[in-house]
Design a protein around this ligand. Sequence first.
Ligand code: MG
Ligand code: MG
Length: 252
Amino acid sequence: MSVIYKSPREIEKMRAAGKVVAGALALAAGKIQPGLTTGQLDAEIETFILSRGGVPTFKGYRSFPASACISVNEEVVHGIPGRRELKEGDIITVDVGVTLDGYIGDSAWTYPVGRISSRAQRLLKATKDSLFMGIEQVKPGNRLSEVSRAVQTYAEANGYAIVRKYAGHGLGRELHEEPQVPNYVDRMTPGNDLVMKPGLVIAIEPMLNEGTYDVKTLSDHWTVVTRDGKLSAHFEHTVAVTEKGREILTVE
Ligand code: MG
Ligand code: MG
């Protein structure tokens, strides 16, 4: 498999898909409160996506049963929405993919439920900031490893561990295309460190843990949690390389 560069017309479609993703996340942000179940939140997100003519990309992807991945506290990614009730002080990651007119947008955000601890606040801020440090490195002529390095340097300087098992990715007609976009550089080889050029579209998605970077998957075969049970946060945007720099596609 090789990198599929997108034409301006294709990026226009991805921008439209990204707008629906951002709208779904904004809707979610407004609904999140103690007492709401993750299943109820997923239903709201699905209704919104369908009302905009989109398809929830994750539903049915390798048999994933819901429209959004919803991961609470020590859950890192791929949480399955259900009967779990949110409570004051939780942090909740909502990861949404939308396919619109054949093209995909993918974005995730970690939100506070009511008032959260200052430790959790610090984790959320650092994870979000690490995403934007990575996004700043997206421009023609830069290598992908500069994105990875910016994310890793910022995260580690703030005392957090980067989840290594999961990475960002190219996307377009498919949710996961080449290249992989790791959030750390340790194992980056010249072979997978491509020079960015216009038309490349990638999802950058740092996952930061309070404790160890190590994770495990629960017996539901989806939910990934931190091995030490400490908190994890995850922020993601879909970003296109343009002639002059970058454009974040998953915005309203
Ligand atoms: Mg995602
Ligand atoms: Mg993704």
